[in-house]
Every structure is written in C-alpha cells, then in structure tokens.
Design a protein around this ligand. Sequence first.
Ligand code: BJW
Length: 239
Amino acid sequence: MDNNGNIVILTGAGISADSGLDTFRGNFGLWGQHKVEDIATPEAFEKNPKQVQKFYNTRRKELSRVTPNLAHQSLAELEQKWPGKVTLVTQNVDDLHERAGSQNVLHMHGKLLEIRCTATGTVFSHHLDVTQDLMCECCKKTGTLRPNIVWFGEYPFDLDTIFSALDEADQFWSIGTSGQVYPAGGFAQHVLMNRAGARMVEFNTEVSQLSHLFSERYEGSASETVPRFVNTLLANIIS
Ligand code: BJW
C-alpha cells in the first residue's frame, strides 16, 4: 500500500451532529421521532406525500441555521493538500461538506437541496418548501416533485464510482456512521477483502456495528478527533 496514496472516506450523520443536525438512530435520533416506514420509503411518499414533504421541508430549512464544523473543514483541507486522491462518500443529504470546501463529494443518499420530477427524472436545485400543489418546471404538472433522496428499497447514487474508488483505496476511513444501512455498511468489508493492507480507521463516539473491521479507532466527537488525525497526517506527508 502507498503511504501517500488514495483515501476513501465514508461519512454519516455523526459528522454533522456537532453542527447541530440530528442523527437517525439512538434515543434522540430522527427515527426516534418519526417512524422510518412513514417517511423513508417510496410507499410512504405514495401514501402520504404531504407528511413526507413536511419532514424534508423542515430539514431543508434547518440547513440555513447550521454551519460546517472542524471535521468538515479538515476533510476539505485534506483534499486540497493530500498528494493522493481523496474521495469523500457521504450518506448525508446536507451540504456541509461542500460549504466547508470539499469538491470531490459523492452524495450516495441524495441531497436535501435538490428535488426530482417523477415524470421526467429531471433534477432541480431547490432551497424552498415543496408542496404537492407546486407546479413542476419541466412537465408543467403538480404533484410530480419529490425530494431527490434515496429511500429504503431504492438504489443509491454513484455506486459504480464509489466501488471503483474502494477498489483503489490505500486507506478507508469511516466517520460518524452506525454502519446499519447497506450498501454503505458493506464498504469496509469490501476494502478489507479487496485491498489487503489498506489502513482502516474509524471515528465514532461509540463502538459501532462495524468497529471490529477497523485496526485504528478514535472514540470521541468527530469535530475533535478528525482534525487532530488530519493535522498529524498532513504534517507527516512523505515527499
Ligand atoms: C458521532 C457523533 C459525533 C454521533 N462524532 N460520531 C436486510 C439486510 C441487509 C440489508 C437490507 C435488508 N433489508 C433491506 C436492506 C437494504 C436497506 C438496508 O440497509 N436496510 C437496513 C436498515 C437493514 N438499504 C436500502 O434499501 C438501500 N438501497 C439498497 O440497498 O438498494 C439495493 C442495493 C443492493 C445491493 C447493492 C446496491 C444496492 C437504500 C438506503 C437508503 C437510506 N436512506 C436513509 C434516509 C434518507 C436520507 C435522509 O432522509 O437523510 O439514509 S436512512 C438513514 O440511514 C439515512 C442515512 O444516510 C442512513 C445511515 O445512517 P447514519 O449516517 O449511519 O446515521 P446513524 O444515526 O445510524 O448513526 C450515526 C452514528 O454517528 C452513530 O454510530 C453515532 O455513534 C455516531 N455519532 N455523534 C462522531 N459527534
């Protein structure tokens, strides 16, 4: 493995928790406040679109009240300064990585600030509330717009690009994810099986379902552990 080689980083809700956004699981998570099957499935949207749009309208609004934290910022700095390729794969639908300055970001579960026309598949950037009586710019109909979010049973975005990056990874980092959702929950295992000797690092406040796959673990808030780790790494780049 190349010490200065390619790094693939998987982020989850935990990295945005220090910015004030809720995670999904755990006592105070979003799935503690809402039933997942009432929100995050295509069937839920079909049955009760108003309720699903309301959930995403609330979360979209929250974005204007939060800012990237030191973990997001240090990953952006890493991408800029690291001699190898840095691929940031996020399960998060917020835009905090981009606002911190990261450029190579793959949003495998979609983006809160995008909506999609179910009639044509066209994706639009959208920062305001979405209601069922909003007319779609492309098909000129109402009731065809949905959040551009990947729900359970739907195929995540950019998987070909993600698996190509995993197949070339010299390091795999997992930050703030419980590892309970697939296929993201299988990425660490994929790297272990296909990239013998890759550096495996996990950052989490607690032991996760995937912790046993990582030879290096940093327990604590991502906004503290990640910047410390990145600073040390950048200070030790072998030229
Ligand atoms: C901190 C911290 C701090 C806190 N610092 N850390 C049976 C077995 C296996 C799989 C399946 C199965 N039945 C169905 C499936 C597939 C299904 C699945 O995985 N289900 C499981 C629940 C069982 N997956 C799918 O359906 C996916 N599609 C799919 O599989 O397509 C077919 C396919 C097959 C094979 C290959 C390819 C494709 C789609 C999944 C869609 C997920 N959607 C959601 C909601 C939409 C987005 C949104 O509204 O925001 O995505 S669910 C939700 O979970 C969201 C997240 O992105 C995702 C992951 O959650 P995450 O980020 O890990 O958050 P938490 O809350 O779980 O964890 C936070 C972590 O942070 C914790 O560990 C904390 O300790 C930590 N933490 N504060 C550091 N300050």
